[in-house]
Ligand binder design. Structure first.
Ligand code: ADP
Ligand code: SF4
Length: 678
């Protein structure tokens, strides 16, 4: 198959200064959690994106000086000749596919705690550190000498970028890093020639653009990453600064001035949400413009180009969820595109200081470590059959991957609808895009003649033994406990058997209580607050109580916390923190302070604990005890995966399903470790 000619504009080359992008698919700089620590993983991951058709593939933020370090976040770096050598592995992998390689030269400023290097950060003023793993310390206000040194540092970074063979070299002037702060009158209160008037505040950016431009002239394109307010007219200052430098670089990479909006989770933001602001910038410059918008629909992408919103389709998450997205459009295989669900699990793991992973793409981060390619896979090791029990994310991915390998697969599922937890959770407010995890896999499975699906088939051990399969994989899931056992307490609360205690599974089954509902969140992610919003919308008075100091604390890693809190307050949900549930008598719940302060009593008609899950492992236990029967039935292997083995996030279940299928019949090799060896 070949592409629909409608999409031709997405495949037109574009000149960017002295280089030419082969098409309009542009993987903007995005964090990988690999950075300078894992250069082989990084090169392999970025190279695969180029293979998948991304015409430009960039690094993450790339430190140019020890004074710019965001440990334990893992940035790239171009601080010395060894960094040049390491990053050359990445540019070679990208060039081998005919794509351009970009590098985002970065200096942090007061947002960098420099926990690794212990250097003092420079910035426009002495500003308190704001890093998530921050320190109670401030930056050094830059003197004129510091500014001269900073410019020299950028020039040296650009020279190393050329040595590493990059085609596009960025000046990084957004995300509240140093150059951005000089532009911003809120932070820049200097009284020298770098502060005060707009021309003065723009001076350093202009100088750095000119310095880097001198270095890369004729050899690489100069890009500037720049942000504007989502509502340009409400906050015109950055727009006005932009006008002063609009024609200087070869390319503008535009973001909005707020991470919540730039890479907002799908709970709160849709595709192409910021296009009005991007179009505004484009109208102010003759230079090409690129910006992100979690673009997964080829038609939306096309409209960006033909509608003059931007010249290149910027992508971070869509390129993580499907590194082969451009290739699939090119080959007319739109139904194979694995769309990002906007869960931000990728970003969450970068925030945690480890290599990224992806809910939709289980090979992300495993390209070098385990040798997993997102599209190619080893064929089956033998002409054998596999029974997969369970149609949640783990079972669906296992069946799909085994089907791709050519095994004969029987997929048995208790319910009529496949999807497992996805079917239940995605009915909650804001989570509908997560159905893509189910739908993409179902779409693939239905086109595989070697996979047979048996819905409404709840299997017991005898039924499994009777089926004709050499391998059995159990992915039977988990259910939510209703006794309050969770992270904070390993004991059930007094009164947990009361009729007024409802479980998450009751809510999934469609129960909407009336009156005052008290939700106890010892899960700390999305479920309790999504149920709170659902019940509030149904007219309940809702109070959310958590034993943690911060409600939904883990949602900070996928950058959803602010959105969750805003939506809870807007909906009128009451919130109480640092209170641990001890008892409920059907009308009053008792809490004790986790710090020994005063406890609380709250009247409620219903109490809903969202704490921990219990694995649904009865089938596993029954089969595990019948080793002789398994052998007699010709079953060579029995494995359990996903939530029935260890309840976790959806990304973990998909990964488990993929891994068990990859490794079936293969000698399981330990993952390679990308590290310095003396
Ligand atoms: P995971 O996240 O590990 O994939 P889910 O809870 O989403 O788990 O899915 C569990 C799946 O297992 C559901 O499709 C459910 O219908 C199915 N299931 C559970 N027990 C059985 C059984 N005994 N026979 C067939 N299917 C089962
Ligand atoms: Fe998209 Fe989630 Fe994958 Fe990130 S982890 S790329 S948000 S599907």
């Amino acid at each position: 198959m070949s592409r629909d000619p409608r999409y031709d504009p997405l495949f037109e080359p574009l000149r960017i200064g002295p280089v030419t992008a082969p098409n309009r698919f542009y993987q903007v700089p995005h964090c990988s959690g690999m950075g300078f620590q894992h250069p082989r993983m990084l090169a392999s991951m970025r190279g695969i994106k180029a293979e998948g058709g991304w015409g430009v593939v960039c690094t993450e933020y790339c430190s140019i000086d020890p004074g710019s370090d965001e440990a334990p976040h893992n940035c790239a770096s171009l601080r010395d000749a060894d960094d040049v050598r390491n990053l050359r592995a990445m540019t070679e992998a990208i060039h081998a596919q005919g794509s351009l390689a970009g590098v985002e030269l970065w200096y942090g400023g007061h947002t960098s705690a420099n926990l690794d290097t212990r250097e003092v950060a420079l910035d426009v003023a002495s500003l308190p550190n704001t890093a998530s793993f921050g320190i109670p310390a401030q930056s050094q206000a830059m003197s004129r000498g510091d500014i001269r040194a900073f410019r020299a540092m950028y020039r040296a970074g650009a020279e190393r970028a050329l040595e590493a063979d990059f085609d596009i070299v960025y000046v990084y002037a957004n995300h509240h890093y140093l150059l951005h702060n000089f532009l911003n009158p809120y932070f820049n209160r200097r009284e020298d020639e770098y502060g005060g008037s707009r021309e003065n505040r723009v001076r350093l950016l202009r100088e750095v653009i000119e310095d880097v431009g001198d270095v890369v002239a004729g050899r690489a394109a100069l890009a500037v990453r720049y942000s504007i307010a989502a509502d340009c007219d409400a906050e015109p200052e950055l727009l006005e600064c932009f006008r002063l430098v609009a024609e200087l670089p070869d390319l503008w990479d535009i973001t909005v001035d707020n991470y919540d909006l730039e890479m907002g989770s799908s709970r709160f933001l849709r595709e192409a949400a910021n296009q009005a602001a991007v179009a505004r910038i484009k109208s102010l410059t003759s230079k090409p413009v690129v910006s992100v918008g979690r673009f997964t629909s080829p038609d939306t992408m096309l409209a960006q180009i033909t509608g003059g919103v931007q010249d290149l389709i910027g992508a971070a998450r869509p390129s993580i969820a499907d590194p082969f997205l451009p290739r699939k459009i090119e080959e007319g295989r739109l139904e194979d595109i694995r769309e990002c669900i906007g869960c931000n699990i990728c970003y969450a793991h970068e925030s945690l200081g480890v290599p990224i992973r992806c809910t939709q793409n289980p090979t992300m981060g495993e390209e070098w470590r385990r040798g997993w390619h997102p599209e190619r896979i080893q064929k089956r090791h033998a002409d054998q059959g596999v029974l997969v029990v369970g149609g949640g994310p783990a079972g669906l991915e296992a069946a799909r991957t085994l089907g791709q390998r050519g095994y004969t697969v029987l997929l048995a599922v208790a319910e009529r609808e496949l999807g497992g937890r996805l079917n239940r959770e995605t009915r909650l407010p804001g989570l509908s895009e997560w159905t893509r995890v189910r739908d993409w896999r179902l779409g693939q499975l239905r086109r595989m003649p070697n996979v047979a699906i048996f819905p409404e088939n709840r299997l017991d051990a005898d039924a499994v033994l009777e089926l004709d399969a050499e391998h059995v994989i159990l992915a039977t899931g988990a259910h939510w406990r209703r006794d309050g056992v969770g992270r904070h307490s390993n004991e059930a609360f007094t009164g947990h058997q009361d009729n007024a205690v409802i479980g998450v599974e009751d809510v999934f089954a469609g129960m909407i209580p009336e009156g005052r509902v008290l939700i106890y969140d010892d899960d700390h992610y999305y479920l309790a607050n999504a149920i709170a919003l659902q019940m509030r919308a149904a007219g309940c008075a809702v109070t959310l109580v958590t034993p943690a100091v911060k409600l939904a604390a883990w949602s900070g890693f996928p950058d959803e916390h602010a959105g969750i809190m805003r939506s809870l307050y807007a909906a009128g949900v009451e919130i109480l923190t640092a209170q641990a549930l001890t008892a409920f008598d059907g009308s009053v719940a008792e809490f004790s302070s986790v710090f020994g302060g005063p406890g609380t009593s709250i009247e409620a008609d219903y109490l809903l604990p969202v704490t921990a899950r219990a694995p649904d492992d009865a089938l596993w236990c029954a089969l595990d005890e019948r080793g002789d029967d398994l052998a007699a039935a010709g079953i060579l292997s029995l494995q359990r995966i996903g939530d029935c083995r260890a309840p976790g996030i959806i990304a973990q279940a998909v990964y488990a399903g993929h891994r068990v299928a990859r490794e079936l019949g293969a000698t399981a090799a330990a993952a390679r470790r990308d590290r310095v060896v003396l």
